[in-house]
Design a binder for this molecule. Structure first.
Ligand SMILES: *Cc1c(COP(=O)(O)O)cnc(C)c1O
Length: 487
């Protein structure tokens, strides 16, 4: 239970009142000159990147909002994920880590992960196209979605991509397709162990009435699944994904354990290892309250090893589908403060980051609190007494606030607000309210090691260009200007 406190449900909303989250890292790095040659930590890398983004003009009055992605951090998380499962499985156990593309649907990011040995979990024709554009091989791709069309299924089966069927009707479609065109695709069935929800209802997929998978505890359902497998020798996988963010580790482990037990029952009745692979989904929660990464993939893997040892003894191949836990902590949204004002004695920083890049936080701030760090006009960490202030976005509705009454050094016009831990489900998940432009996204590698000295050589690469007003017009029917007149 040691990592219990770091789970989302245990964090009070808007808990992070620290003046500058990375301040501690500054002090400790500066205080240990013997470590000056050591690679900077995540917080120090972020500070270097913010300063360099301002100095190099990525962010200027005309483009006052960017997304920054810490490539060093992404590589480290990918390596740590692979190591975590290598540690708990015998050598040679097939393990595919398929990144949930919905967490960061950006081709260069999928390519970076592919180079780090990570595949792709896709859930729509668009996500499959992104994974293919990134060069993720079919053998490292898994298709899950509750609403796959016949065309999607046919494409996946033709490519040899692993498919997890969601329900009996989908399985019947696959029956018909595999009869007429044999496939190399491994086929699985998604089950819902109905173990209950986490702290965020909208993201809990293993509730009694969840729309996902075959609800195992429903009358007759378990026997139906066993028979469905026995009737189909090619049905070789079971899949479960109990939820995203807000799921306690123990609940996730229980969902996986229930799926493993079902696989054992099927294999026992088949008299052979028919189910050879279990897809345990993703859903490892992310700590949005500090720079600490907890729980870690290694903690989750070890807990699975102690609670479901048979799953990891080498008899089963594994698929994982982590998204948020691989990317969240490596992204920062950086926005200029356009104006600073007060209303009813409350200071308000009006920035360019709001509902368009932090949709969940703006609409459901209690479930999705984000840390904010204050930087000055030059991109240096801002110090000074903490003043409770609102950090507002640019959209035209009153609730467009990233944080309310947040104690931070007072943000002034021309300063910068950094929204932390936004590498998954934030800056790549644009919401086109007010036709606000999609910001540019830049990956960075920070080579400098002394944040107190001159800015280190930070190198940026464009992941996605900022959207232009011309593109907004074109995507908004600009080419069909007279379409309605001519009706
Ligand atoms: C969303 C999703 C994931 C990834 O969830 P994270 O919380 O980002 O790890 C994995 N598998 C399925 C089926 C999903 O729907």
């Amino acid at each position: 239970m040691s990592d219990q406190g770091s789970e989302q449900g245990a964090e009070p909303a808007h808990a992070s009142g620290v003046a500058h989250p990375s301040g501690a890292a500054h002090v400790s790095e500066a205080a240990h000159p013997s470590e000056a040659g050591a690679a900077p930590g995540a917080a120090a890398r972020r500070d270097l990147a913010v300063r360099a983004a301002v100095e190099q003009g990525l962010l200027d009055p005309a483009s006052p909002l960017v997304g920054l992605l810490d490539v060093t951090g992404v590589r480290a998380s990918a390596a740590a994920l692979r190591a975590a499962f290598e540690e708990v499985t015998p050598p040679g156990t097939p393990v595919l880590h398929a990144f949930a593309v919905k967490a960061s649907p950006l081709v260069p990011v999928l390519r970076l992960l592919r180079d780090a040995g990570i595949g792709a979990e896709v859930a729509s024709p668009g996500e499959l196209a992104l994974a293919r554009a990134a060069g993720v091989p079919p053998a490292h791709t898994v298709l899950d979605s509750p609403a796959k069309t016949p065309a999607e299924l046919r494409e996946a089966l033709a490519l040899g991509i692993a498919v997890n069927a969601d329900n009996p009707q989908e399985l019947a479609r696959i029956d018909a397709m595999t009869r007429s065109a044999p496939t190399h695709s491994p086929i699985g069935l998604r089950v819902n162990p109905q173990i209950g929800g986490g702290s965020i209802g909208a993201l809990s997929t293993a509730t009694a009435t969840s729309k996902f998978g075959v609800a195992l505890r429903d009358e007759g359902a378990r026997e139906w699944v066993v028979r469905a497998c026995l009737d189909r020798p090619w049905l070789t996988r079971l899949h479960t994904h109990s939820g995203s963010q807000g799921m306690p580790l123990d609940l996730m482990v229980r969902g996986v354990a229930a799926t493993y037990e079902l696989a054992e029952e099927i294999n026992g009745r088949a008299g052979r290892q028919q189910i050879d692979t279990i897809d345990i989904g993703g859903g490892l929660p992310v700590n949005f309250g500090s720079d600490e990464e907890s729980p870690t993939h290694a903690q989750y893997a070890r807990r699975l090893k102690s609670r479901v040892p048979g799953l990891l003894d080498g008899r089963y191949g594994l698929v994982t589908e982590f998204g948020r836990s691989l990317l969240a902590k490596h992204g920062t949204i950086l926005a200029r403060v356009e104006y600073a004002k007060t209303a009813g004695a409350r200071p308000i920083a009006v920035t360019h980051a709001g509902v368009q890049v932090a949709t969940r936080t703006v609409y459901d701030p209690a479930s999705w609190p984000l840390r904010i760090a204050a930087y000055d006009a030059k991109g240096l960490p801002k110090s000074g007494p903490a003043v409770a202030q609102d950090i507002a976005g640019p959209a035209c509705f009153a609730g467009d606030l990233l944080a309310e009454n947040r104690p931070l050094p007072l943000l002034e016009q021309g300063d910068h607000a950094a929204v932390l831990d936004t590498g998954a489900y934030y800056f790549a998940h644009h919401y086109a309210y007010n036709s606000l432009a999609r910001p540019g996204i830049y990956g960075f590698v920070a080579a400098g090691s002394d944040p107190a000295g001159p800015a280190g050589p930070v190198v940026f690469a464009t992941v996605r260009e900022p959207q232009t007003p011309e593109e907004i017009v074109a995507e908004s029917g600009g080419g069909q200007r007279d379409a309605l007149r001519d009706l």
